[in-house]
Design a protein around this ligand. Structure first.
Ligand code: NAD
Length: 351
């Protein structure tokens, strides 16, 4: 059940007429339009790795597709608008620091939900390339296609399970070869198990979740961090943790998830100290309860009422509520910030 606030907000956003949206100031104009047209009229590349063998497939991109393209009932998807390069020169120093012109980002878990939305936000502040890494092929391909169509950014999809260190290394090599650099890593891949009492928690399930949420975050950060160190250009690594890394959720039992995210928070701090000398900043985003597919399961319906009741803002987070924090952490706007755990939860952890 959504709060009235959230429902009216979503309705308002849905109601934005497409023509008005296209006329928005930040919509593509001038030379960027030509680039966008090239990408839109062309194709995107998706890459899979099976037993170490790389397979590259071209997927056609529909010209002039305008999105949003989510099937009804899925996460609310909004269209992304690319940053017109002519606007950059007009920005004052403070606003300029929030942009990422010419940069390249890797987004794990970018196939849907929070990862996809944050990838859209990075596209809107000027990145030239985005590599989406996700285990789900159809989702990842669709996400790459949409983002490419909407923004003209060079988006590629890499089908990778974040538990698979070899595949990650191979994909990161590939990404670096294609784009020539990696400046930002946003690790949003993750899963949740909930309503499982500790005394009956299956050991294999426990290991699997830790493997994806914690070891996966480490493996991706390690592979990208190595590239950033070699490049001597530094970079920004953002690990999506959770408020569950700092508090214990109520009323559901989820010891493993909470432990995994506490691990991600501490991993963030450890990497930040080790890699500061290489100009690499490492920060965590710790969301509260967000209205994404991860939480849209019938078993959680009753609990959602309690979550909303216990949140001072009386709502779940919208799927794009992390976007501007991600931009801040990825960009020079947060140059002196590293090792920080940024809780963004509508006030939930205050009570
Ligand atoms: N939704 C919330 O309320 C919430 C709250 C706090 C933290 N988070 C965290 O935010 C992140 C994104 O959550 P979301 O709500 O967007 O979830 P989601 O399920 O909508 O998206 C997660 C994405 O990660 C991908 N993924 C899962 N396992 C993977 C693996 N082994 N390898 C590669 N990709 C994998 C999925 O395919 C999916 O595209 C997760 O790390 C989650 O723990 C979510």
């Amino acid at each position: 059940m959504l709060s009235r606030n959230l429902v009216s907000r979503i309705a308002a956003r849905r109601a934005v007429p497409r023509a008005a949206a296209q006329g928005a100031r930040f919509f593509n104009q001038g030379s960027k339009v030509e680039h966008a047209e090239e990408v839109r009229a062309g194709k995107i590349i998706t890459v899979t790795y099976k037993d170490g063998v790389r397979q590259e497939v071209e997927i056609p991109v529909e010209p002039h597709s305008t999105g949003p393209v989510a099937p009804s009932g899925a996460d609310e998807k909004q269209r992304a608008f690319p940053l017109d390069s002519s606007i950059l020169s007009q920005l004052n120093p403070t606003l300029k620091k929030f942009t990422l012109p010419g940069k390249v980002a890797v987004v794990t878990g970018g196939g849907r939900g929070l990862g996809f939305n944050m990838a859209q936000a990075l596209a809107e502040v000027g990145v030239r390339g985005i590599a989406i890494m996700d285990v789900q092929k159809p989702l990842g391909e669709e996400a790459a296609r949409e983002l490419s169509e909407q923004t003209g950014v060079d988006v590629r999809f890499y089908q990778v399970d974040v538990r698979d260190g070899d595949a990650i290394t191979q994909a990161v090599e590939d990404i670096n070869d294609h784009y020539g650099q990696i400046d930002v890593l946003l690790n949003a891949a993750g899963i949740a198990d909930s309503n499982i009492k500790a005394e009956t928690y299956d050991t294999e399930m426990f290991r699997r979740l830790i493997d994806i949420n914690l070891t996966g975050a480490f493996l991706v950060a390690q592979a990208v961090g190595r590239k950033m160190i070699l490049s001597k250009q530094g970079g920004s690594i953002i690990l999506v943790a959770s408020m569950s890394g700092s508090i214990v959720n109520y009323p559901q039992e989820q010891s493993c998830y909470n432990a995994s995210k506490a691990g991600v928070v501490q991993l963030t701090k450890s990497l930040a100290t080790e890699w500061a000398r290489h100009g690499i900043r490492v920060n965590a985003i710790s969301p509260g309860y967000m209205d994404t597919a991860l939480n849209r399961v019938p078993a959680l319906d009753a609990q959602k009422k309690i979550w909303i009741e216990n949140t001072p803002q009386k709502r779940l987070g919208a799927v794009d509520d992390l976007n501007n924090l991600a931009v801040y952490l990825a960009s020079p706007a947060s140059n002196f910030m590293t090792g920080s755990n940024n809780i963004i939860d509508g006030g939930y952890t205050l009570w």
